[in-house]
Design a protein. Structure first.
Length: 66
């Protein structure tokens, strides 16, 4: 449970970082995001999820991270 809470906290830190570093850039990016077609967003989300699952798999199954 401690690891889960730590990971969720890290996600919040990483998600908030662009808003702190470049709020104007994030506003521009979000405007572009709103203009994208739902199918494009679905593909991007699927790719991001697949990459995340792959990283989790590598982290758990490989001997790279003891």
């Amino acid at each position: 449970m401690k690891l889960l809470i730590t990971l969720i906290g890290l996600v919040f830190v990483l998600e908030g970082l662009p808003y702190v570093v470049s709020p104007e850039g994030m506003q521009r990016w979000l405007r572009q995001l709103v203009e994208m077609k739902p199918a494009q967003l679905r593909v991007i989300g699927g790719i991001a999820m697949a990459a995340g699952f792959f990283l989790c798999f590598i982290g758990q199954r490989s001997g790279l991270f003891p």
